[in-house]
Ligand binder design. Structure first.
Ligand code: ADP
Length: 197
C-alpha cells in the first residue's frame, strides 16, 4: 500500500524512516539534520560505527545502511545517499575539427548516471527494510533539496521503484507493506498525487 503525506518525517511512527544522508553519514542539513536532532546523539554514535568503505565514506551514493532510530518514533533509520543532480550536458557546438569520438560525444548527451543512482537509493532502502522485518517505511523526497534533483523527475523514479518492489511481492505481502512518501511541501504532495492517481 502506498501513502502520500505532508509533514515532518521525524514524527512518523513507522518501522523505518529513510534519511537522505551524505556519504560521511554523520549528519548534515535538511532532512538529515532534522533526523539527527530528533534521534539524539546516539544516532551520531551509531553512524560513527558504520565501517568506512573508503576513507571518510560510510555509504556510497545509491547504497543504504541501517541504524536504530533511538529517540525517534521510528524503529530504524535507513540512511541512503542520493545523487547530486547535474544538468544534462547540452550537445556542444563549436568549430573544432570533428573526429569520430567528438561526433559521438555530440550525439549522446552526457547523463552522469543520476537517475540510476536515485533508483538504487529506493531499491536498496526497500530491500534493507524487508531484510530487517519492516512492514512500514517512509521516504523523504531524496535528492530534491540541497542536491537539486527536479521533483517531477525524482518522484517518477521513486514511484516506479516502489511499485516495482511491491509488484514483485505476493498480493497479501504487498498489501501489508506500507510505503509512505513523506513530502515537506504541498507542491511535492501534488506531484506524487498526480503520479499515483
Ligand atoms: P538532499 O540533500 O538529498 O537533496 P534535503 O534534506 O536537502 O536532501 O532535501 C530532501 C527533501 O527533504 C526535500 O524535499 C526537503 O524539503 C525535505 N525535508 C527537509 N526536512 C524534512 C523533514 N523534517 N521531513 C520530511 N522532509 C524533509
Amino acid at each position: 500500500m502506498i501513502k502520500i503525506i505532508q509533514g515532518d518525517i521525524t514524527t512518523l511512527a513507522v518501522d523505518a524512516i529513510v534519511n537522505a544522508a551524505n556519504q560521511v553519514m554523520l549528519g548534515g542539513g535538511g532532512v538529515d539534520g532534522a533526523i539527527h536532532r530528533a534521534a539524539g546523539r546516539e544516532l551520531y554514535e551509531a553512524c560513527l560505527k558504520v565501517p568506512e568503505v573508503r576513507p571518510g565514506i560510510r555509504c556510497p551514493t545509491g547504497e543504504a545502511r541501517i541504524t536504530p532510530g533511538f529517540k525517534l518514533p521510528a524503529k530504524f533509520v535507513i540512511h541512503t545517499v542520493g545523487p547530486v543532480y547535474r544538468e544534462i550536458t547540452a550537445p556542444c557546438g563549436g568549430s573544432r575539427p570533428m573526429g569520430k569520438r567528438t561526433r559521438r560525444a555530440e550525439r549522446v548527451p552526457r547523463q552522469h548516471g543520476e537517475p540510476e543512482k536515485l533508483a538504487a537509493c529506493y531499491r536498496n532502502s526497500l530491500v534493507l527494510a524487508a531484510e530487517n522485518g519492516c512492514k512500514s517505511i517512509a521516504f523523504p523526497c531524496i535528492s530534491t533539496g540541497i542536491y537539486g534533483y527536479p521533483i517531477e523527475d525524482a518522484a517518477k523514479i521513486a514511484v516506479r521503484e516502489v511499485e516495482e518492489f511491491l509488484a514483485a511481492k505476493n498480493a497479501k505481502d504487498a498489501e501489508e507493506m506500507e510505503v509512505v512518501f513523506c513530502c515537506f511541501s504541498t507542491h511535492d504532495v501534488a506531484v506524487y498525487e498526480r503520479l499515483l492517481k
